[in-house]
Design a protein around this ligand. Sequence first.
Ligand code: CMP
Length: 172
Amino acid sequence: MTETGDKLPFGLQPRSVLLLYTESNAFKRKENQQVSQRTFSIIKPDAVRKGHTAAILAEIEKAGFKIIAVKKLSISKTQAEGFYYVHKERPFFGSLTDFMSSGPIFPLVLEKENAIADLRKLMGATNPANAEEGTIRKKYAGSIEENAIHGSDGEDTAQFEIGYFFAGYELA
Ligand code: CMP
C-alpha cells in the first residue's frame, strides 16, 4: 500500500495498520514497546457468598491490573464442566464443577505487563494452607477447592478462558 503511495483511510499511518494486523485480543503493544498481556480470572462462588468480591477487585486493581471486562453470572454444571474440561479425569472434577455452579461468579479479563504470572503470584498457592501471607487465597480462601479465585496458568489457557466467557465486542 505505502510503496504505491496510496493514501490510507481514516488518517491511518502505515505503522498503525501493521499494529492492527499484529495485535490480538490477548496482547497489545504500547507506544513504549512494552507488551501488555491479558489474563482471565474468576472470583469464585465461595468468595462471592462471603461478600469478598469488592475486596478482591480492589486488591487486583491495587496490584496494577486494568479491569478490561467483568460480569456477574451463574453457570450450569455443564458449563462448569466445559470450562474445567482439562481436569475431567481428576478425582475432584465432580465436586469442583458442583461448587463452580453453586452460585454467582465474577469472570474477569485483566491486563498488565506480565499479567498471567503476576496474577498467579497475587492469588497465592492453589491450597490456601500453602499460600504466602498477603495473597488473595491466604486472606479469602477456605480450602483447596473453595479457593476464592481462579487465574489462567498460561497464554493458551488465557485465550481459551477469555473466549469461554467473553465475546470480542465485550473486550474492545
Ligand atoms: P483453579 O485455579 O480454578 O484450577 C482448578 C481448580 O481445581 C483449583 O483452582 C481448585 O479449585 C480445584 N482443585 C485443585 N486441586 C484440587 C484438589 N486436590 N482437590 C479439590 N479441588 C482441587
